[in-house]
Design a binder for this molecule. Sequence first.
Ligand code: UGA
Length: 443
Amino acid sequence: MALKITVIGTGYLGATHAAAMAEMGFEVLGLDVVPEKVELLASGRVPMYEPGLEELLAKHVAGLEGSTGRLRFTTSWEEVGAFGDVHFVCVNTPQKHGEYGCDMSYVDAAFASLAAVAREGSLVVGKSTVPVGSAERLAATLPAGVDLAWNPEFLREGFAVQDTLHPDRIVVGVSGDGAGRAEKLLREVYAVPVGEGSPFVVGDFPTAELVKTAANSFLATKISFINAMAEICEAAGGDVVKLAEAIGHDERIGNKFLRAGVGFGGGCLPKDIRAFMARAGELGVDQALTFLREIDSINMRRRGQMVEMAREAVGGSFLGRRVAVLGAAFKPDSDDVRDSPALNVAGQIHLQGGQVTVYDPKGMDNARKVFPTLAYADSALEAVRGADVVLHLTEWREFRELDPAELAAVASSPVVLDGRNALDGERWRAAGWTYRAMGRPRA
Ligand code: UGA
């Protein structure tokens, strides 16, 4: 009999994981405590923009024409308990208000509800990003006969479907008497990707939890490293893009995650490094992660630097100046605006008296909710119309494909600041623009 899988929490992680499990051939039941989300997913729609996810849901959600019917959604814990052989907990762990630590209340609530309904012999698998030590604590809350494994997730927004179906590694933490059985069950769950060559790494609880925060900290460090080099390049007249290209040829360094600009944002990297620092403090080893404070500071400084570049471009003051901001999402191919550098810069300029108009291909609705006082345009062209300066802050393909000549004709002053080092500066200059980018010479 094929394993029956439940997925608790249907955000980016849970919705994608549930659909991917159905794609791998399992019967899947997704649970969310928000009835509207369940209704939306049950009709095959997704509450966020994630390429390929709606197609995967259409293929598997029960009741949709031509679907396999393997994927259903519910709000009922009893149904989840009766159904599942393996329960994946995918709820989020946001940063606590006013603190560095992460808010475990959704995870704790999910475990409490599961503990009350999970069948003997079933396996609970934690996927949420949690402070190290959580798995051991949570295992003790489960009834006898229900085991726990920790299985962090490494999907990137914008590539969630691909990353979930073809993970570059599967990390599993197990512990105690049930360790062997838990590993066996998870090898069964991930038989398809493992068969395709995904490495399957088994460790203990703390190691599995740490792999996730260590990976995100390393990625954040790489980005802040190159942004620190951008600061040096700006002072010394160097070109950070060339520098990144050149050091990236060294295989030990690698060329990925070395794009300098306004830095990292989103629902993961910023809060994960902060929660990691908080946890190190609790463990009495805060010095080990003091460097992450600097990583965070470098990152936040880039946003301020972008504001300064824009201020200089409009003659020293934003008062009465029109600023076009291209991008609101924290990265392209996503509508997620959580801790978005683009919106942060837009907000700062607005608060300093600038008239800011934002355009983003997918992030407009979410941006409006967070910053209702900014102006929003329906297209890049409309955002740029009458602008004294244009800021490119999220590197959507749509922006790279814009016609700089067409935009130059409507801008009040053709000055573009590339906060992502992603536009073709030569093309923009040829169309009459003053093109400036972060960490690069003025040309
Ligand atoms: C990140 C990790 O990459 C995933 O592996 C992880 O699973 C996920 O967090 C998570 O913890 O759930 P994500 O937040 O989707 O994924 O975004 P990234 O692709 O990592 O980008 C993060 C930020 O860094 C974006 O704002 C992006 O614009 C910025 N970035 C990225 C740079 O500024 N420069 C780069 O070279 C790369």
